[in-house]
Write a protein that binds this ligand. Structure first.
Ligand code: GLU
Length: 549
């Protein structure tokens, strides 16, 4: 068979040769050890935590090494294309501080290695397919869907591996004339790789591939004549991946572990095309604990899988980043303890320290990390963040913030000074819930008076109001509460009450809880005296009076 003739017959319109592309996209001139990484999302409109997790790895690898991180849009499947999806990807990642050096962007594309949309790279793929055909390494296959379905059925019945290989690869050895006749007859065809793997799957050789996260992966070589170009002239993921990552000079391919099963195909394609292989880094699935069982995060069941969730809830990006680092690298928390004030960027991120057996994502842990992160953020920034968040997600409450920044900052700083600062603040929604009693329209009595003191509530509050002096310092203020407690037969110290519970109605804590509920509506809150100072005398008195009735 004259493969050159076959290649010309199939791709007369392709006039460039691989050499041309090699010189259009030369190896990048970057410092020794610089890593080139990419994110290759499909524009489906849904961007999830897994994308962010992978993007984070890409970004760290590139940034830490003085390399390049670029965005390539894998839009060969137009059935999945959703309008505006590219903008969603870029803005969602930008929120978390992830940006790209190169590739698709909000205003077109940047960089010398484009086009960065796979849908615009048709000619490039076809050039390399033509090259493989001309070397006898790929061939047109005219099997119809029906014929393939029959093959599958026969394979199932014979308990053989499914796929087109060995004797099932009916078009492997068609003559040039047969191909010509089929084409003349208007038959549609795909291009398949002529696999060099052993056509008897039982005798497949084992290949070994070094993975940046998992160490050496050993698996059977590919033996399938996989489709590389569909009947529409569009490449499959396998082929586009290999050509793009070669020509865009990717050094590290970070992608989900679901791709490991097709790795042998990619290895064979890299070999057949004569390309150097990048380092593959297959990331673990994100899992969660559900009633004690580990399971994959699911789009249907787990709102936290969507990146939008974090923006809507009002998580600060640095908190999510900090949390992701704790699940990305097993030694991150240790590093953080040793370097409490360092910028997370200084952490030496390593793919070898990534989990390869399911990374556990835990919202409670995220919330704890967020508390630790937020406690270090100045109130002025938190206030600005709350305004930005409210503007987008809770516009009704924006007027409570705008123009009242001093008030808000005092509230946000409550209990945050001193050696053991309070860590109450997690995210926008929670913060508003936590502080809403500071706003009259959102204040309500949420808790009930403690049972042992409820009967005295009015008496306690009346006495409290009578003796209240807004200028009292904290200890003067507390002395008065103690006096009320003692007068009404509540122990002045909880430990006295514990020793002789029969002698008292309760202790000073019950008395202050009554006050706390009257002023804040809740039995738990930061320091009452400090809160009253922020609320101001008038509001404090009003709330107490309201409960006396
Ligand atoms: N387009 C593929 C996806 O969205 C990308 C996989 C890869 O990064 O190679 O799953």
């Amino acid at each position: 068979m004259n493969y050159n003739k076959l290649a010309e017959l199939l791709f007369p319109q392709i006039t460039k040769a691989p050499q041309d592309y090699e010189s259009i996209y030369p190896p990048r001139s970057l410092p020794e050890g610089a890593r080139v990484t990419r994110l290759g999302p499909s524009p489906t409109g849904f961007i999830h935590l897994g994308n962010l997790y992978g993007a984070f790895v890409d970004e760290r690898l590139a940034r830490q090494s003085g390399g390049i991180f670029y965005l390539r849009i894998e839009d060969t499947d137009d059935k999945r294309y959703v309008e505006g999806a590219v903008e969603t990807i870029i803005t969602a990642l930008d929120f978390f501080g992830i940006d790209f050096d190169e590739g698709a962007s909000l205003d077109g594309s940047r960089g010398d290695y484009g086009p960065y949309y796979q849908s615009q790279r048709g000619e490039i793929y076809q050039c390399y397919v033509k090259e493989l055909v001309s070397k006898g390494l790929a061939y047109p296959c005219f099997l119809t869907e029906d014929e393939i379905a029959k093959i599958r059925k026969a394979q199932e019945e014979n308990k053989e591996n499914p796929g087109i290989y060995g004797s099932y690869a009916a078009c492997r050895d068609l003559s040039l004339e047969e191909v010509q006749q089929n084409i003349d007859a208007g038959k549609s065809y795909v291009i398949r790789l002529r696999s060099g793997g052993n056509q008897d799957p039982e005798k497949a050789r084992t290949i070994s591939v070094g993975d940046g996260i998992r160490g050496t992966l050993s698996m059977p070589e590919n033996y399938q004549d996989v489709v590389i170009l569909k009947a529409t002239g569009i490449p499959t993921y396998h082929f586009a991946h290999v050509v793009d990552d070669h020509l865009m000079r990717t050094t590290h391919v970070v992608r989900g572990e679901e791709w490991i099963s097709s790795l042998p195909i990619h290895v064979e394609l890299f070999e057949k095309l004569g390309f150097e292989m990048p380092v593959f880094c297959h990331t673990a699935q994100l899992m969660k604990l559900d009633n004690g069982n580990k399971r994959k995060l699911s789009k249907r069941k787990d709102p936290e899988l969507s990146l939008d969730y974090y923006r809507q809830e009002g998580y600060m990006p640095e908190a999510v980043r900090e949390y992701l680092l704790t699940i990305l690298n097993s030694n991150y928390e240790e590093w953080r303890q040793a370097n409490p004030d360092a910028d997370a960027e200084e952490f030496p991120f390593q793919t070898e320290k990534m989990s390869n057996s399911g990374a556990l994502f835990d919202l409670d842990k995220l919330n704890d990390v967020s508390k630790d992160v937020l406690v270090k953020i100045p109130a002025s920034r938190l206030c600005q963040f709350m305004k930005d968040w409210a503007k987008e997600f809770m516009p009704d409450i924006l007027p409570l913030f705008e123009g009242h920044e001093d008030y808000i900052e005092k509230i946000l700083d409550l209990g945050r000074s001193g050696k053991k600062p309070r860590k109450d603040l997690v995210c926008g929604k929670q913060i508003f819930g936590f502080i809403r009693y500071f706003f009259d329209d959102h204040f309500e009595i949420e808790d009930e008076y403690p049972q042992n003191a409820a009967a005295d509530a009015k008496e306690i509050l009346t006495r409290y109001l009578d003796t209240y002096a807004h200028s009292d310092d904290q200890s003067q203020w507390f002395d008065k509460i103690r006096a009320i407690a003692e007068d009404l037969n509540y122990a002045a110290r909880p430990k006295d009450y514990k020793k002789n519970p029969d002698q008292y109605k309760g202790h000073v804590g019950d008395v202050s809880t009554i006050i706390r509920i009257a002023v804040m509506g809740r039995s738990q809150s930061p320091d009452i005296w400090e809160i009253q100072q922020i609320l101001g005398e008038e509001r404090t008195r009003q709330r107490i009076s309201a409960q006396i009735g």
